[in-house]
Design a protein around this ligand. Structure first.
Ligand SMILES: Cc1cc2nc3c(=O)[nH]c(=O)nc-3n(C[C@H](O)[C@H](O)[C@H](O)COP(=O)(O)O)c2cc1C
Length: 425
């Protein structure tokens, strides 16, 4: 199923079957795609649409929800939409190569899977599928401290493409034991998440009574009963638990303060961890400079997909500032609000070296498991390649800030002027 091979001209995964829905024109009518039995997932929006239908509301809201009024989540997506890219024509753009190098590792595509806890709630085998897809597609996949699979298993599934994500949760001994376990399991990249000193309230979870460790409670009976496919599959495979915590998951307290981590801890971690160290959750220039000074190998710009500080600036809006402050060569990755291939290209144009996706991956898994994720990534890779062709770029390194349309006012002025002229006539 995961026949991702290099296509000779594009160096893209094989099976570029962007699912085509009969009778669907313009922007996709997802309702008709279901009726026509069209193949799985067309894009992230379609995947979300299907996930909403297929998951119990409680689970969909856990994945889809964000902090506060969810303005930060929307801001991330809007900020990508607001960027315009300047197309260029009659350039020789064949073949295009989407492969890239990031912190000394080669990847076939410039995007990967963000670390997320409890992914198996979207699909009973989500972590395993993500790991196998990452290995075959040669892209990075994060395994969260709060994952419902053992970190050793993800290392098996994804090989060297697995990165381990660390939360500092009490007791500190447990956190340090996770670092040792990750090292023993063969991980070479540690992603230290620093934007969760306290888990923010996600109001949909509060309203739905979503709690961790996750248990099926009687109040939610109707929700589960009306989604029998998900409920039976989840029961058959075992209700997911955070498996990297003591007592087989019961030792995980999602609401415990994670404020133990400070700059001293980062320095200690730097001394302790012999591999690559990435710090995730940075949105300010002073923090970025300090992380760089502490010896981290890369900075991961993220607003946690709007799940922490609702009022945070969009990740993509701070990326150019951080790039400018850290210089052209410091490795940067970004997530939050990336929804399609052009968003990925925009992030690369604005100075990122690698782009990560969170929710879209879980939507695709919920929509159609392995096939869903395969289709999502095929579509993303195709669209990145197509956007590069439009911009006149053959390699990821050809993408530069000069491709951003900086002054849209010229167009608006012209349209305004034309309007006046028509009126006078
Ligand atoms: C269900 C869910 C669980 C998450 N769990 C974690 C986690 O355990 N550790 C972490 O660093 N980030 C976690 N994140 C944040 C993601 O790594 C990522 O920053 C975010 O999803 C990116 O935004 P996007 O969903 O708009 O792509 C989680 C996100 C979601 C949606």
């Amino acid at each position: 199923m995961y026949e991702w091979q290099n296509k000779s001209e594009l160096f893209l995964p094989s099976g570029f079957s962007i699912p085509f829905c009969k009778g669907v024109g313009g922007y996709v009518s997802y309702e008709s795609s279901i009726k026509s039995g069209a193949p799985c997932v067309i894009d992230a929006t379609h995947a979300r649409f299907l996930a909403k239908k297929r998951l119990p509301k409680l689970i969909f809201d856990f994945i889809d929800g964000a902090a506060g009024r969810e303005i930060g989540k929307a801001r991330n997506e809007q900020a990508f939409g607001d960027i315009q890219l300047q197309s260029r024509v009659l350039r020789q753009v064949d073949p295009r190569n989407l492969s890239t190098k990031f912190i000394d590792q080669s990847f076939q595509l410039p995007f990967g899977i963000a670390p997320m806890g409890m992914c198996n709630l979207s699909h009973p085998k989500a972590d395993q599928i993500m790991g196998q897809v990452a290995k075959t597609a040669q892209i990075p996949v994060g395994l969260s401290s709060a994952a419902s699979s053992r970190l050793e298993d993800m290392r098996e599934w994804a090989g060297t493409y697995a990165w381990f994500q660390l939360y500092v949760t009490p007791p500190l001994d447990h956190t340090l034991s996770l670092v040792r376990r990750a090292q023993n399991a063969g991980y070479s990249t540690l992603v230290f998440t620093v934007d969760v000193p306290q888990v923010s309230r996600r109001l949909r979870d509060v309203a739905n009574g979503f709690k961790m460790p996750f248990r099926i409670r009687s109040k939610q009976f109707f929700d589960f009963a009306t989604h029998p496919r998900w409920s039976l599959a989840t029961l058959a495979n075992g209700v997911p638990k955070p498996l990297n915590f003591p007592d087989n998951g019961d030792g995980f307290d999602r609401d415990a303060s994670r404020a133990l981590a400070d700059w001293e801890f980062l320095k200690r971690l730097r001394e302790l961890w012999p591999g690559k160290l990435v710090v995730k959750g940075i949105t300010s220039v002073p923090d970025a400079l300090q992380v760089q000074e502490c010896g981290a190998d890369a900075i991961y710009i993220s607003t946690h997909g709007g799940r922490q500080l609702d009022s945070a600036p969009a990740s993509i809006a701070v990326l150019p500032l951080i790039r400018q402050a850290l210089g052209p060569d410091y490795p940067l990755l970004i997530d939050s609000g990336v929804r399609n291939g052009e968003d990925i290209v925009k992030a690369l144009v604005c100075g990122a070296n690698m782009v990560m996706l969170g929710r879209p991956v879980l939507y695709a898994l919920a929509a159609d498991g392995a096939r869903g994720l395969d289709a999502l990534f095929s579509g993303l890779a195709y669209d990145v390649s197509a956007a590069m062709a439009q911009l006149g770029a053959r390699n990821i390194s050809d993408l530069t800030p000069a491709m951003i349309v900086k002054n849209n006012h010229a167009l608006l002025d012209y349209v305004g002027f034309m309007g006046k002229k028509v009126k006078i006539l």
